[in-house]
Design a protein around this ligand. Structure first.
Ligand SMILES: Cc1cc2nc3c(=O)[nH]c(=O)nc-3n(C[C@H](O)[C@H](O)[C@H](O)COP(=O)(O)O)c2cc1C
Length: 152
C-alpha cells in the first residue's frame, strides 16, 4: 500500500467547514488550504485529497466547484478523493461534490458532513444549529479521518 500524501482543501464563509478541515489536517498530519487564498493548488505531489465546502443557497461554493471542474486527467491517476462539508439543513451539496468528481473519473473513497451554525438571515436570528460543529462533530470528524487512513 502506498503511503498517503494528504492535503485538505476547503472553502468556508463563516468558519464551520474550516473547523472540520483543521481536524482532518491534524489527524492526517497535513496542510489545510483555504481555496480563497490558494485558488491554484497543484495536486501533483498528493495522493489523498480532501475537498470541502459549506452549502450556500443549496450549492457548494463556486470556488470549490471551479476547482473540481478544472481538475485534469493527471489529477485522477493514482489519487483518492474525500468530500466533506457543513450545512444548515440539507447535505445534498456534499453528494453533488462527489458526483462532479466521479463524473471526472476521480476515485472518491469517502464523504463526511455535519451541521453548521447557520449565519444566514432568519436562521441566524433563530440560532439554527447553534454551537455546531460541536465537540461531538469534531470527534466524529477525527474518527472519520482515521478510518480513511485505514482504508487508503
Ligand atoms: C448565505 C448562506 C446561505 C446558506 N444556504 C444554505 C442552504 O441552502 N442549505 C443549507 O443546508 N444550509 C445553508 N446555509 C448554512 C450553511 O451551509 C452552514 O452554516 C455551513 O456550516 C456554513 O459553512 P461555513 O461556516 O464553512 O461557511 C447557508 C448559510 C449562509 C451564510
Amino acid at each position: 500500500m502506498k503511503k498517503p500524501k494528504a492535503i485538505v482543501i476547503y472553502y468556508s464563509r463563516t468558519g464551520n467547514t474550516q473547523k472540520i478541515a483543521k481536524v482532518f489536517a491534524r489527524t492526517l498530519k497535513c496542510k489545510f488550504l483555504n481555496i480563497k487564498e490558494n485558488p491554484k493548488i497543484n495536486l501533483d505531489k498528493y495522493n489523498l485529497i480532501f475537498i470541502g465546502s459549506g452549502i450556500y443557497g443549496m450549492k457548494i461554493s463556486a470556488e470549490i466547484e471551479n476547482f473540481i471542474q478544472k481538475l485534469k486527467n493527471k489529477d485522477m491517476n493514482e489519487k483518492k478523493y474525500v468530500v466533506f462539508g457543513t450545512y444548515g439543513g440539507s447535505k445534498r451539496g456534499i453528494k453533488v461534490m462527489k458526483e462532479i468528481l466521479e463524473h471526472k473519473n476521480a476515485k472518491v473513497i469517502g464523504q463526511f458532513g455535519c451541521k453548521g451554525h447557520d449565519d444566514f438571515w432568519l436562521f441566524k436570528i433563530f440560532n439554527v444549529n447553534r454551537g455546531r460543529p460541536d465537540k461531538h462533530d469534531l470527534f466524529e470528524a477525527k474518527e472519520f479521518a482515521q478510518f480513511i487512513l485505514k482504508i487508503f
